[in-house]
Design a protein around this ligand. Structure first.
Ligand code: IMP
Ligand code: MG
Length: 201
């Protein structure tokens, strides 16, 4: 029988460590946004498990909304071009917005979103990400709330996927190179697994 943990070769952040860190972030955000009715904007779908745990640990009234985008390029060769496929339901002008991401890698997705959302004139906008993978950063992103800094590995779980699978792992794990096809030494060669249109999050 298949298990959801098949092909996970290493646990990078355990379930307990995730829970502890999310609680700490919740407390920090509570203090920073008390009485400001913040709008948490989750970037689908990578944000889902993180965001649902995080909001339970924020002890001030808040609103939630979600945005979804596709980006052009590939996992190993991002182009920076993106298109919103599901926009926010609400108007953010004058609001205190907190963008909630599962992971920031090159920074292109968050950079695109920050530019797009800033143009709508929120009162403030900050970034909260569970994972920060700075090794491949191309676009500088000011991260106000960071769960964990991780090395340059392809990770899955706690909302993060590989080809839409593995999101339901309760921890952050490293997937076998056999599955990702992401042999780092061959990363510049174009892999057929590495499609030209990447659904973000
Ligand atoms: P960026 O635009 O390069 O910062 O990439 C952000 C998006 O790429 C994330 O929202 C994820 O969808 C995806 N991504 C980057 N690194 C990983 C990873 O290690 N595991 C799963 N998804 C990733
Ligand atoms: Mg993904």
């Amino acid at each position: 029988m298949n298990s959801k943990a098949d092909n996970i070769v290493e646990i990078l952040v355990t379930q307990e460590a995730v829970e502890k860190r999310v609680a700490e972030l919740g407390e920090e955000i509570t203090v920073a946004y008390r009485d400001r009715l913040p709008l948490l904007v989750g970037v689908l779908k990578g944000c889902t498990l993180f965001m649902s745990d995080l909001v339970k640990l924020i002890d001030t009234p808040l609103e939630m909304d979600f945005i979804s985008l596709v980006s052009y390029g590939s996992m190993t060769r991002p182009s920076g071009a993106a298109r919103i496929t599901k926009d926010l339901d609400c108007v953010i002008e004058g609001r205190d917005v907190l963008l909630v991401e599962g992971i920031i890698d090159t920074g292109m997705t968050a950079g695109y979103l920050l530019r797009n959302l800033e143009a709508r004139q929120p009162r403030s906008i900050r970034v909260c990400t569970l994972l920060d993978k700075p090794a491949r950063r191309i676009v500088k992103i000011p991260i106000a709330y960071r769960g964990f800094e991780i090395p340059d590995r392809f990770v899955v779980g706690y909302g993060l996927d590989f080809r839409q699978i593995y999101r339901n792992l309760p921890y952050i794990g490293v997937l076998s190179d056999k599955i990702t096809g992401l042999d780092r030494n061959a990363a510049n060669r174009h892999s057929h697994r590495d499609s030209a249109l990447t659904r973000r999050g």
